[in-house]
Design a protein around this ligand. Structure first.
Ligand SMILES: CC(C)(COP(=O)(O)OP(=O)(O)OC[C@H]1O[C@@H](n2cnc3c(N)ncnc32)[C@H](O)[C@@H]1OP(=O)(O)O)[C@@H](O)C(=O)NCCC(=O)NCCS
Length: 409
């Protein structure tokens, strides 16, 4: 059975939102639901219909994402859901295929998403492209290594986040291009980040911010909530939940972390979703005290392999014939010669013998600079025909800092 697919118009929003809420088991507060609607790009929605009923949905945010060496328009796939009554009948597969065609027609070469479950998107050519760490830190054991940066010109300012929104936006705009995977925030994004109704608080109180600044202006900020508590003996035992910590330079970064870790009455700092190469991992004298847990973050799909590969920079010269396997976007499935050096890249269709044969997912995994091609070769997921070709390709595609989006879309 096939289910016709088309974008919705605004009048169909309630039925679209209902599929999302039902499938995720999500009961948004009316203000959350309103924010979600306000963010929606209606011309980029897709709904699958069973007769008059919407049974499956997805959407795209038109993101400007940092990639190695620059920024690109990237399709940020979101709101993927299928009603329980229609699951496992191929509705998602039809939506994904249609969406990838639409993205290609629109001229975006790359799609990215956050996955609710890691098993869903590989079959559509997405690869795990960034990793996030979550820390649970005993703040009493959080001393820094000797030589941690310190700038006496810096001072801290406590402020209500809503009162300093403009300053946070300005600071964020200076850091967004520094790391692949980060994407520019539009006003709706900031409204969601700073949302502070009781239902956003999860019992941890109001959203708070602290800014690091000098006479020249703001150099960083932290956004957090504090769940205060005392143990049975009356000893303070509060938990600080860190949402964001952004800084323009290492001294402001170190000062903000110290401010979070040294907070009075707090014994535990929970920092979810940090980059895998967060400088905190080398600032902490006892790295074990981070108690990190890791998880996949962004999944990336090269929609047009040749364009995507020429639209990023490379860390080292490379010249390789890559044979790409892609049964969802067949226009990618052929041999390409990637030639890149530190000044630019070319990717041309060729019939030459390949140096490497790989599924398109592998290129998606490596695209933002996470170095997973070597592991994939060792695991037998790629085929190397010329000795050393994967190592050279992996070196060229790797990037520092490592990719991280830092905010779900
Ligand atoms: C995930 C979801 C969208 C799948 O929709 P669906 O229409 O049932 O998927 P399809 O029938 O097109 O499945 C296609 C293939 O993916 C597999 N698949 C689908 N969902 C899967 C999951 N959660 N885990 C593992 N495999 C999954 C199917 O088994 C099928 O495999 P096959 O081709 O080998 O038979 C749906 O189950 C859902 O709405 N889940 C809750 C919300 C959610 O997690 N959305 C994803 C947000 S990122």
């Amino acid at each position: 059975m096939t289910y016709p697919i088309r974008p919705i118009d605004e009048s169909e929003w309630p039925a679209f939102a209902r599929v999302n809420e039902e499938s995720f088991g999500w009961t948004p507060h009316p203000q959350q639901a309103e924010r979600y609607k306000a963010q929606t790009e209606f011309d980029r929605t897709l709904a699958a219909f069973d007769g008059e009923q919407i049974v499956g949905v997805t959407g795209v945010f038109s993101l400007t994402m940092t990639v190695p060496g620059g920024q690109l328009p990237v399709a940020g796939v979101t709101a993927v859901s299928v009603l329980a009554s229609h699951r496992r009948r191929g509705v998602l597969s039809s939506l994904m295929r249609r969406q990838l065609n639409d993205i290609r027609e629109r001229g975006e070469s790359v799609a990215a998403l956050y996955a609710s479950e890691a098993l869903i998107y590989g079959r559509y050519g997405y690869g795990r492209a960034s990793t996030e760490l979550s820390f649970t830190i005993d703040s009493r054991r959080s001393g820094f290594v000797p030589g941690a940066p310190h700038d006496p010109a810096l001072r801290l300012r406590v402020a209500k986040p809503a009162d300093v929104r403009g300053e946070l936006e300005k600071l964020f705009a200076t850091v967004v291009t520094r790391r692949p995977g980060r994407y520019e925030r539009v006003p709706h994004t900031w409204t969601a980040v700073l949302a502070d109704e009781e239902h956003d608080q999860n019992g941890a109180g109001t959203l708070r911010s602290i800014l690091a600044e000098d006479d020249g202006g703001v150099r960083g900020y932290a956004l957090f909530r504090i769940k205060s508590s005392w143990d049975d003996a009356g000893v303070p035992d509060g938990t600080l939940k860190l949402y964001e910590l952004e800084a323009s330079d290492p001294a402001a970064y170190a000062l903000l972390w110290r401010s979070v870790l040294d907070r009075d009455l707090v014994t535990t700092v929970q920092a979810g979703g940090r980059p895998v190469d967060d400088p905190l991992t080398v600032l902490m004298a006892d790295q074990r005290q981070l108690r990190p847990r890791w998880a996949d973050e962004l999944w990336v799909r090269l929609v047009e392999v040749d364009r995507a590969l020429t639209e990023r920079s490379y860390s080292a010269p490379v010249d390789a014939v890559i044979e790409v396997e892609d049964n969802v976007c067949p226009w990618n499935a052929r041999r390409w010669r990637l030639t890149a050096d530190l000044t630019g890249a070319e990717c041309k269709p060729v019939d030459d013998e390949p140096d490497v044969t790989l599924p398109v997912n592998a290129l998606g995994s490596a695209y933002l600079g996470d170095g997973t091609l070597g592991e994939q070769l060792e695991a037998g997921l790629l085929r190397e025909h010329s000795p050393g070709a994967v190592r050279r390709l992996a070196t060229a595609m790797s990037w520092s800092p490592r990719p991280w989006a830092g905010l779900t879309f």
